[in-house]
Design a protein around this ligand. Sequence first.
Ligand SMILES: NC(=O)C1=CN([C@@H]2O[C@H](COP(=O)(O)OP(=O)(O)OC[C@H]3O[C@@H](n4cnc5c(N)ncnc54)[C@H](OP(=O)(O)O)[C@@H]3O)[C@@H](O)[C@H]2O)C=CC1
Ligand SMILES: Nc1nc(=O)c2c([nH]1)NC[C@@H]1CN(c3ccc(C(=O)N[C@@H](CCC(=O)O)C(=O)O)cc3)C=[N+]21
Length: 290
Amino acid sequence: MSIQMRGAEVAKAMKEKLIREREELNAAGVNPCLTIIRVGAKENDLAYERGAKKRMEMIGIECRIAELPEDISQEEFEDAFCKINKDPEVHGILLFQPLPEQLDVEKIRQMIDPAKDMDGMSPVNLAKIFEGDRTAYAPCTSEAVMHIMNHYGIELQGKRVTVIGRSMVVGKPLSMLMLGQNATVTICHSRTKDLADRCREAEIIVAAIGRANHITADMIAEGAVVADVGINVLEDGTLCGDVDYENVREKVSHITPVPGGVGNVTTSVLASHVLRAARTGQNEPGQRRG
Ligand SMILES: NC(=O)C1=CN([C@@H]2O[C@H](COP(=O)(O)OP(=O)(O)OC[C@H]3O[C@@H](n4cnc5c(N)ncnc54)[C@H](OP(=O)(O)O)[C@@H]3O)[C@@H](O)[C@H]2O)C=CC1
Ligand SMILES: Nc1nc(=O)c2c([nH]1)NC[C@@H]1CN(c3ccc(C(=O)N[C@@H](CCC(=O)O)C(=O)O)cc3)C=[N+]21
């Protein structure tokens, strides 16, 4: 029997501390505030938005949603973005990705105030993560996987880890965080020739692909640890991960379900980033001190 690594359990363990931190900020006259920027209405973004809103409510963090039209021009986007970026009431910004094609993501990445960048999109924060500087905001999902491993006592030092996916939101930053814990990391992607072999030799597998049930039981070693980051929306509207959960769970020692796994912890990490940003803002000149 495998152990189910439940996101709700990890989130619960994080909750009390987050509420305490929020209360301390309130007592110092600071109202922590997150603004989510969503362009269009993709189901994937809406799933995150629902989860994030619920989490912020639970912790007591103000959560604003800036909803922008799918066909917004670069200029209009920059106008709206700059206002939020400069708003002293807003401590943290989460911009859903990917963005529609007409928008220049590179330019927006350069524009975001690194101190408000809650999901590691600014090159400043990314550079720090690649240097192993733990003070930067890593993309929430990559940090969520680390929290889950830590909560369930999964040691990373010296372990063979295979990460499938190399996006800047999940695969690459997560690989760096794991390397920082002295894991031996293999990064796979769509051009990897022998994916099944790279998976079978891993003691820990992280799937961040975006393809329903792509990782099957025959690709996984007996007793491995599996974190499934994938969130795929099936035709009937239900969510499923990248891993063939029902068959894989028979073989492994630990596995995250979808839904109810990594996604749950992602929103808690997001809350922790907003609180940290609010605390940091408190110490800057010109801001109210507690
Ligand atoms: N649980 C959570 O909190 C979060 C979940 N997600 C989910 O995680 C998944 C990945 O997200 P994201 O990283 O943004 O997605 P991207 O589409 O940006 O990246 C997917 C990665 O998977 C690789 N890939 C695609 N097909 C294959 C294949 N057949 N074999 C091996 N590798 C493959 C791609 O390779 P290549 O680079 O060569 O194209 C790419 O590196 C999605 O389902 C997303 O919804 C995302 C963020 C948060
Ligand atoms: N810059 C950026 N960073 C992201 O991390 C990012 C993004 N853009 N764009 C969209 C995808 C998708 N994503 C989800 C995260 C959590 C849940 C989540 O909380 N899921 C709950 C279920 C929520 C529900 O459906 O009610 C669960 O897994 O249990 C869902 C989806 C993050 N993404």
